[in-house]
Design a protein around this ligand. Structure first.
Ligand code: HEC
Ligand code: HEC
Ligand code: HEC
Ligand code: HEC
Length: 435
């Protein structure tokens, strides 16, 4: 009798163990719904609730780690949360962005909870700025998009939208209040995915752990008079497809005052760059794996909502998959230094192209057709360089792609320089034109 009982206990134990292994395996593979709560929620959260502190009453660990994004201020070699001036760090940017807001004010980005404060402080905002600029900054947006519609949101002046902006980026930007599932909240992302035949509601949980960041960490532009937030993804998300899109719709952000080229400013294409066949993406790793690693607090295991540079948290961010964390952090340093050096070479090539095109334009009898071709080379070279420069990982998210694109940019810049020389009949006087 006693033996029978203990064998039942052992058997039950084995079954439980198997079940636990199965659960763990599926958790590893992804694809399951978010953990169901052991206890009923303390309060009901209204759909699209902008106030993260209310959600925080049900999920104190996620909320308290999210709040840390407000005060993070550590700097890494190329990133971190200290909002240093990128223009002071690299004065060539002032010439590359001449005639555009980014030549006046361009700071390193910081944590999510600062997004509203920072957008309201930037010198790039003026009386002509549309409400569209708030698209990626506030937890109020999903509710506002629902109530006002995308067109009204975007075409309302920035200053008039400010009164609605009560809450910075928060829970409602990423989660459905009832199910806590990750969701696409930005209507422009939904539209861009549909145009490619993608229905995000059918994606796996692991895919959503990357896609949810694409609500904001993407290249975009403001289309038409209503300044509608639009992702240039109709032909795909590679830099070549994005460049072709802008050529096809005839869009430019500004005219470069020195070269005269119609320019495109890249925003922050983390999603496009990462998903362009990077090693990690192709291995099924998601943004959240590195930027929101699982954390333990006693018996509770949760996703760390203190989204920041993984280099400030490498043991948790990389250690879940890599046994030698020091080695992979070293690799990050080597990759970033290499990409930075190649970016500097590219900037030199761009500056040479700009100076030569400007001098060619001032040369009597210049061939305007060839000059226009030189300007197109400047634009194409600079938007490729900017794709890497504006992307926030200094190449780490996809090192091969970074070097491929920069090599193209250097080549295009020199072609622009040669074309300008040809337009001017062989020689130009750079000194004279710069006086
Ligand atoms: C394999 C790990 C990994 C994955 C996956 C990953 N990142 Fe990163 N990310 C990094 C590292 C490392 C850096 C460099 C941080 C630094 O320079 O301090 C970084 C930098 C960043 C930065 C700038 C941080 C800063 O401190 O300035 C942003 C923003 C970012 N990643 C967003 C994303 C998004 C969005 C995705 C998914 C599309 C993603 N990352 C996927 C590891 C990762
Ligand atoms: C930038 C997007 C983003 C924001 C903002 C965000 N979350 Fe999350 N949250 C995630 C991701 C990604 C996961 C991982 C989901 C998964 O693995 O299925 C997650 C997971 C969760 C989970 C499931 C358990 C866990 O920790 O993995 C809860 C609960 C949660 N978040 C609560 C919150 C609350 C509360 C807020 C606001 C204070 C919030 N989240 C803000 C992206 C976000
Ligand atoms: C609702 C828009 C939005 C979503 C969704 C979003 N981000 Fe961000 N993220 C931003 C903005 C805006 C900033 C810059 C804030 C600032 O500088 O004030 C930022 C900053 C960051 C930083 C830099 C933090 C630092 O301290 O330097 C990282 C890393 C980052 N995001 C990663 C992610 C990841 C990973 C996801 C998906 C899990 C994600 N973000 C989802 C808008 C968003
Ligand atoms: C969810 C798992 C996971 C996480 C988290 C992760 N990695 Fe990886 N990493 C991989 C896989 C898988 C590979 C592919 C290499 C392989 O097949 O062994 C890889 C490869 C690499 C490589 C080699 C890249 C190459 O092209 O050869 C480096 C460097 C690296 N990871 C750095 C990091 C750093 C730094 C972090 C933390 C910021 C990190 N990884 C986080 C899974 C991960």
């Amino acid at each position: 009798m006693k033996n029978k009982l203990s064998s039942t206990v052992i058997l039950t134990g084995i079954i439980l163990l198997l079940a636990a292994t199965l659960v763990a395996t599926f958790a590893y593979l992804g694809n399951q719904k978010p953990q169901t709560r052991g206890i009923a929620p303390l309060i009901d959260i209204a759909a699209l609730e902008p106030d993260s502190s209310l959600w925080g009453q049900n999920f104190p660990n996620q909320y308290s780690t999210y709040l840390q994004t407000l005060t993070n201020n550590a700097r890494t070699n190329y990133g971190g949360s200290e909002p240093f001036s990128k223009l002071e760090a690299d004065p060539r940017l002032v010439q590359l962005f001449a005639g555009y807001g980014f030549s006046k004010d361009y700071n390193e980005e910081r944590g999510h909870a600062n997004a509203l404060t920072d957008v309201q402080a930037t010198l790039r905002v003026n009386e002509k700025t549309p409400g569209t600029c708030y698209s990626c900054k506030a937890a109020t947006n999903p509710k506002l998009w629902n109530e006002m519609g995308l067109e009204t949101f975007d075409s309302t002046p920035f200053a008039d939208m400010t009164q609605h902006m009560t809450d910075p980026i928060g829970c409602a930007n990423c989660h459905d209040a009832e199910t806590m599932e990750l969701v696409v909240t930005n209507p422009s992302l939904d539209i861009a995915l549909k145009a490619q035949g993608i229905d995000w509601t059918t994606l796996s949980r692991q895919e959503m752990r990357t896609l949810v960041c694409a609500n904001c960490h993407v290249e975009y532009y403001f289309a038409g008079d209503q300044k509608i937030l639009t992702f240039p993804w109709t032909g795909g998300t590679t830099i070549e497809a994005i460049s072709q899109y802008y050529i096809d719709v005839g869009f430019k952000d500004w005219d470069h005052p020195e070269s005269g080229a119609p320019m495109i400013k890249m925003q922050h294409p983390e999603y496009e760059f990462y998903t362009a066949d990077s090693t990690h993406f192709n291995a099924g790793v998601a943004c959240a794996d590195c930027h929101m690693p699982y954390t333990r607090d006693g018996s509770a295991k949760f996703s760390n909502h203190n989204v920041q540079s993984p280099l400030l948290n490498a043991q948790a961010a990389c250690g879940a998959c890599h046994t030698d964390v020091d080695y992979v952090v070293d690799r990050v340093n080597i990759i970033q230094d290499t990409v930075w050096a190649t970016m500097e070479t590219t900037e030199d090539a761009l500056v040479a192209a700009i100076d030569t095109i400007e001098a060619a334009a001032a040369t009597p009898g210049v061939d305007e057709t060839l000059l226009a071709e030189a300007r197109d080379f400047h634009r194409e070279a600079q938007l490729r360089w900017d794709f890497i420069a504006a992307e926030n990982s200094m190449g780490f998210h996809n090192p091969e792609e970074a070097l491929r694109i920069l090599a193209d940019a250097i080549n295009l810049a020199y072609q622009g320089q040669l074309k300008a020389l040809e337009a001017a009949g062989g020689t130009v006087d750079i000194q004279t034109s710069q006086q």
